[in-house]
Design a protein around this ligand. Structure first.
Ligand SMILES: Cc1cc2nc3c(=O)[nH]c(=O)nc-3n(C[C@H](O)[C@H](O)[C@H](O)COP(=O)(O)OP(=O)(O)OC[C@H]3O[C@@H](n4cnc5c(N)ncnc54)[C@H](O)[C@@H]3O)c2cc1C
Length: 571
């Protein structure tokens, strides 16, 4: 009789966000069997929270002097924004695919906002030379995720929702599938596949202040490094300039794209001093540093924040273009942006680093692929431009699926033995965790890790603080084995899931820490107060992180150059 807990597919996709859903459609179109495994319902994936929009050089809104946008201008802005750490072949590919991707989404059902003339509306975003960001009011991710989920449902592609992946399985130097805990029942399942695609999103929740969903705990990055794949550029963590004080809910860059300005406690529009040309619409690394500096220099409000002022835009524009921002500020801070400025502070927002993959999404473990925020392909380098991540998820969700379809043409379905063996090990491990009594409670350890990461590896970094931070993380690692979870049941045990997530968070944190300590320069989001200059001679390189015998170490590999040579970033 067939084992109901053992599943065979050509491809298993881990993650039901934009990347995973778009990839699934491509496998379906190619006649390949695939299934999506997701620890939450796909519509609760973090992609649903994306607000501001998706970049594409449609050229529907002219730039200065009537200039028309092109993919080359998009590529230039992206590479300059990345502080020249992005791989230019990957950026060029993404920017060339962007317009067709937006149109394809429209044909599938995405309801883009419109200009008066009926074409897709585009708004200015940070670091972009043209109004290039296509949007669905300020609920763009919600709109696209629902579009793709409808398509996946229509095609009856299997989705294992609320299944938490517990291991990647390897045999003969190849990834042959994964194991997962069915959260609602506590049962374990094995998935055997010719290829495994990681689409697990970022690791933002290793930081205390983050705009990310609580599920963004670096599971994919740690699963990959434990299985033998490398990570890339993990020290490059984006801090978004504008999160609502006290809650760290994102206030979209669209608010500044529509004309919002940042003002300090003295009533000064301070961004003109930091970025004379772009001011409030400079890239995120520049604006986040400026806000942090204003606060550090005593020009912030008590409690560590500044104001984002939209009032001059008028009620009509604010309510039509930024309805989500209005709801968030009213519900969570009692502030109506039509009549009052919004109190904001920077917060962790995006993981530029991730699973190291080539342009086809191949990791250096055969059979294992990655795309979207969990991957580092690398299109964002040291700093991502707003609107480029939604684009990356859909473009590379499709392109990486295409490369998998090519690669598995002659690959047989692997034997199920190694997956079954891994199921046995995970069963023993979970029972061991549930048997533990006494010891430490879970949540204070999670909080300590997050506080350490924000205070030691935040916007400004320096050696002695980071050394202390790394020592603190290592101590937490030792404390992990003494934690006992209060719920001892197998059914719907959220405490167990949080514990397993913590096991993923710690190695991801170590990778960030080691990369940040070794990179003795300042580039993009990585600001070393002890090494304030960019150092192209020594560090125009990607940081590669691997795990050997449980120990994490780093090496470097050169950035792929292209049509744009590194120059000073002036905004
Ligand atoms: C508040 C906010 C607003 C944003 N707005 C924009 C924007 O306007 N424009 C833009 O370009 N970018 C934006 N971004 C970034 C963008 O939303 C994300 O980078 C993108 O949506 C990531 O998509 P993804 O498919 O890679 O991963 P996600 O959408 O994060 O999906 C990850 C999936 O992996 C699954 N998963 C993870 N771990 C496991 C596990 N152990 N087992 C099983 N499943 C697992 C999850 O269940 C989930 O389905 C925003 C980010 C934030 C935080």
């Amino acid at each position: 009789m067939d084992d109901p807990a053992l599943h065979n597919y050509d491809v298993i996709i881990i993650g039901g966000g934009l990347t995973g859903l778009r990839a699934a459609l491509q496998f379906f179109r190619a006649g390949r069997s695939c299934a999506i495994v997701s620890k939450v319902h796909p519509l609760r994936s973090h992609s649903v929270a994306a607000q501001g929009g998706m970049n594409a050089s449609l050229g529907n809104v002219p730039g200065d002097g009537g200039a028309v946008d092109t993919w080359e201008r998009h590529a230039y802005d992206t590479i300059k924004g990345s502080d020249y750490l992005a791989d230019q072949n990957a950026v060029v590919r993404m920017c060339k695919e962007a317009a067709a991707t937006v149109i394809e989404l429209e044909h599938m059902g995405t309801v883009w906002s419109r200009l008066e003339n009926g074409t897709i509306a585009q708004r200015p975003f940070g670091g972009a030379g043209f109004p290039r960001t296509c949007y669905a009011a300020d609920r763009t991710g919600h709109n696209i995720l629902h579009t793709l989920y409808e398509q996946v449902t229509d095609k009856k592609i299997p989705v294992f929702e609320e299944f938490f992946v517990t291991s990647l399985v390897t045999a003969g130097g190849r990834c042959t599938g994964c194991t997962a805990l069915e959260i609602m029942t506590g049962a374990l399942h094995g998935f055997v596949a010719k290829a495994t695609l990681m689409a697990t999103g970022g690791f933002g929740r290793i930081f205390s202040r983050s705009t990310n969903a609580i599920i963004n705990t670096g599971d994919g990055q740690t699963l990959a490094i434990r299985a033998g794949a490398a990570l890339k550029d993990m020290e490059f963590v984006q801090f978004h300039p504008t999160s609502l004080v006290g809650t760290n809910i994102l206030i979209s860059e669209a608010a500044r794209g529509e004309g919002g300005i940042l003002v300090n406690a003295n009533g000064e529009r301070f961004m003109t001093g930091y970025a004379p040309r772009s001011a409030d619409l400079a890239p995120r690394d520049v604006v986040a540093r400026a806000i942090e500096q204003e606060i550090a220099d005593g020009r912030g409000f008590e409690g560590g924040y500044v104001h984002l002022d939209l009032r001059h835009l008028g009620a009509g524009r604010i309510r039509e273009r930024l309805p989500g921002v209005c709801l968030i500020t009213q519900d969570f801070a009692g502030v109506d942006p039509v009549t009052e400025p919004i109190p904001i502070q920077p917060a962790q927002h995006y993981s530029m680093g991730g699973i190291s993959v080539g342009i086809g999404g191949q990791s250096d473990l055969p059979g294992l692929y990655a795309a979207g925020e969990c991957a580092c392909i690398s299109v964002h380098g040291a700093n991502r431009l707003g609107g480029n991540s939604l684009l990356e998820t859909v473009v590379f969700g499709r392109l990486v699926a295409d490369s998998i379809i090519r690669d598995i043409a002659s690959v047989p379905l692997p034997a199920s033995g190694p997956v079954l063996a891994s199921l046995g090990e995970i069963e023993e491990k979970i029972e061991g965790i549930l048997r533990r009594t006494g010891g430490e409670p879970l949540f204070p350890v999670i909080d300590s890790l997050k506080e350490t990461m924000y205070s030691r590896f935040g916007i400004f970094r320096e050696r002695s603080g980071m050394e202390k931070g790394l020592a603190e993380i290592k101590k937490l690692h030792e404390r992990l084995v003494n934690i006992s979870v209060s719920d001892k049941n197998r059914v719907a045990n959220q405490a167990l899931v949080r514990y397993l997530e913590l096991e993923y968070m710690v190695p991801a944190a170590v990778a960030v820490a080691l990369g940040a300590m070794a990179r003795e320069e300042s580039r993009g989001s990585h600001t070393r107060t002890d090494f304030p200059a960019r150092d192209d001679e020594h560090f125009l390189n990607h940081t590669i992180t691997r795990m050997r015998d449980g120990e994490i170490g780093i090496t470097y590999t050169p950035v792929t150059p292209g049509m744009f040579s590194p120059e000073e970033r002036v905004y």
